[in-house]
Write a protein that binds this ligand. Sequence first.
Ligand code: MN
Length: 217
Amino acid sequence: MTSFLFPPAPTVSLPVVGDARRFPVRRILCVGQNYAAHAREMGNDPTRQAPFFFSKPADAIVTDGGDPAYPSATANLHYEVELVAAIGEGGAIVGWAVGVDLTRRDLQAQAKEKGRPWDAAKGFDQSAPCGPLTLGALPEPEGAIVLTVNGETKQSSTLAEMIWNPAEIVGKAGELWALQPGDLIFTGTPEGVGPLVAGDVVEATVAGLETLRFTVR
Ligand code: MN
């Protein structure tokens, strides 16, 4: 039996709707600017961009009703509601969830300005709240994607507005990485991103999937 210097980190996992088994998370890839109106609000031209990716560590996941802490080193934490595709055996999508790509927007702006990596802006601790996984085909491929803060609608669009659909995103990601069971792909956010403060109650929905709710601690 292998012995370790200290106990290995526990496996991060998501609950699965209607199944006692859990989905073990291997890594998290995220697509940038996959909705035209959001690309425009971030100051970019959505017509000329191939999908690009960044990542978060698996243990950035917050699930099972957990509440993420307001992170250190930012004065501008943003929400981004996203459809999450879960990769199973054979590299195919096996299920779906609602996620929020929490972002230190001020650090992201600095990174963009200086041509530096986004890790501190995107891949921080507890930066990936994610709801339970629904197995099978996406219930409503052109359904609504919505985020509210304290009951007020902040983001409201449909999956039909995605520039690259989930199958295309998986195809593109597969050119860059060997996708493995347990990989999650956050597929980008629609327009309307904005700030969160401690105490805010966030509710994120995608039609046909389990709602994700959390309070910023
Ligand atoms: Mn995002």
